[in-house]
Design a binder for this molecule. Structure first.
Ligand code: SAH
Ligand code: SF4
Ligand code: F3S
Length: 455
């Protein structure tokens, strides 16, 4: 039986898909190279905006329809929209074979067995928000890997569905994380990205009872100390993490970014809005001044740090003055890249009860303005890289141009270069940047091996 997983949504979903695939391979399934040859088709869904759900529903509809031609095909949904809609998804898509939520991915092999015997679709949605089973399987042959460190989210930003579909926050133990990363480096991984919706809250909140075994320093150590612990892993060259929140940008984090050679100079720090009124309405837990102060603290420690962000336009009540405050702040900070989203009301979130009062055409206009301004900023920042000699971690042959190889700088910029015979994926090399396009750098190798900094 061959299985194919189509993934929508964030890095956490990508990571889930990877571990689900590893789980199924362990149960005797094979990986299909494409949808057409698959016997089992799984769509890992996202719920964060209405459009994300529409895309997954459209895809599931097409795949379910393909069962007419391939009657033995199994098609189902997993992930955030599956969690949010549960059985109701079957009213929309009656030909699905299963719907499995975010807390039940470990049940997939058993659910697939059950599908073959059952007359009805299999639905597995766990609504209790406690810890979910840890799936740690990875695909082989990578130089970079995602590693979960914090599940769920307790922030409950007014617009956001994630806490509803991912449950309460809980941190994995440092020992489990370290073991996973050590194992990854033994399989050739050189870079890890530590994942959490608000990753700097690692070790902060544990939804535990008094005698829970998830109490104690292995679970309740602040994030910078986790970085310190991973720094010592042999063969690990780079550590990244996402997403950050200003609250966690403490002097200790700044110190870790300055002192730990593996920790990269890049931070994804969602801003959402530059207006204090809107930030308060969103319940983000910081003001624009606090955001600026957090950035200043980190830039003092790592002056070349690249910053990327997320922004929402058209949140309920956002006036043109609020929007202008966002524009001004984005300009002041000078983000290396930004993802701009039009506000989309999410059922069950607090803001869903407020009037969605910014016209769609106006949301589109604001979205376009921010995109254009960011594009110009991006070009300036990328042009400034010309002449610099950058450390690049080699990914391998470029998918777009087989003559060229690709890699990423420590500040997460893509670099294309002509390969050299002694270079393999996972090498750290030095490249002189010679030209730049909107979001790509081009250069040539000046040094093909960088001495390992690990102990
Ligand atoms: N946990 C991350 C964000 C995860 S969702 C963080 O807080 O840093 C990714 C992005 O989607 C958010 O940063 C936000 O910009 C956007 N987003 C979330 N809910 C949204 C909604 N209802 N409408 C539009 N954009 C939204
Ligand atoms: Fe959503 Fe806010 Fe949690 Fe991010 S921090 S996942 S935006 S509730
Ligand atoms: Fe991620 Fe979308 Fe779920 S952003 S956590 S896949 S709702």
């Amino acid at each position: 039986m061959k299985v194919f997983i189509k993934t929508y949504g964030c890095q956490m979903n990508e990571r889930d898909s990877e571990s689900v695939l590893a789980l199924l391979l362990g149960h005797g399934y094979l990986a299909a190279a494409n949808e057409a040859e698959a016997d089992v088709l799984i769509v890992n869904t996202c719920s964060v905006r209405g459009k994300a759900e529409d895309k997954a529903i459209g895809k599931l509809g097409l795949l379910a329809a393909s069962k007419r031609k391939h009657p033995h095909r199994i098609v189902g949904a997993i992930g955030c929209m599956a969690q949010r809609r549960g059985t109701a998804l079957l009213r929309l898509l009656p030909h699905l074979d299963f719907v499995i939520g975010t807390h039940r991915l470990d049940r997939l092999p058993a659910a697939l067995d059950a599908v073959r015997l059952a007359a009805e679709p299999i639905v597995e949605i766990e609504t209790s928000t406690g810890p979910r089973p840890d799936l740690a399987g990875h695909s082989p042959g990578k130089t970079s890997a995602f590693v979960n460190v914090l599940y769920g989210c307790n922030r409950h930003c007014a617009y956001c569905v994630v806490p509803l579909v991912r449950g309460e926050e809980w941190s994995r133990s440092m020992t489990d994380i370290e073991t996973e990363v050590r194992h990854l480096t033994q399989t050739g991984v050189r870079e890890v990205t530590l994942l959490g919706q608000s990753v700097l809250r690692y070790g902060v909140a544990q939804p535990v009872e008094e005698n829970d075994d998830r109490l104690g320093s292995d679970y309740q150590t602040p994030f910078p100390r986790l970085l310190q612990r991973l720094q010592n892993i042999r063969g690990l060259k780079r550590i990244r993490f996402a997403s950050a929140h200003p609250e966690g940008c403490t002097p200790e984090l700044a110190c870790a970014m300055r002192e730990l050679p593996s920790v990269c100079e890049h931070l994804h720090l969602p801003l959402q809005s530059g207006s204090d009124r809107i930030l308060a309405g969103m319940g983000r837990g910081y003001t624009s001044a606090e955001y600026v102060a957090a950035v200043a603290r980190l830039r003092e420690a790592a002056p070349d740090m690249a910053l990327t962000t997320d922004v929402i336009v058209g949140f309920p009540g956002e006036t043109t003055a609020d929007f202008d405050a966002t524009r001004a702040l984005m300009d002041e900070i000078g983000f290396d890249n930004a993802f701009i989203f039009k506000y989309s009301p999410r059922p069950g979130s607090r803001a869903a009860d407020w009037p969605d009062d910014v016209e769609d055409s106006e949301k589109r206009r604001r979205n376009q303005i921010l995109l254009q301004e960011q594009d110009a900023r991006c070009r300036r920042i990328y042009q400034r890289q010309i002449g610099r000699i950058a450390e690049v971690l080699v990914d391998g042959v470029s998918v777009r141009n087989a003559q060229r190889w690709t890699g990423r700088t420590r500040d997460n910029k893509i670099v294309l270069f002509d390969p050299a015979p002694d270079i393999i994926p996972g090498d750290q090399i030095m490249i002189r940047i010679e030209s730049a396009r909107a979001q790509t750098l081009y250069g040539s190798i000046t040094e093909s091996k960088v001495p390992c900094q690990c102990t």
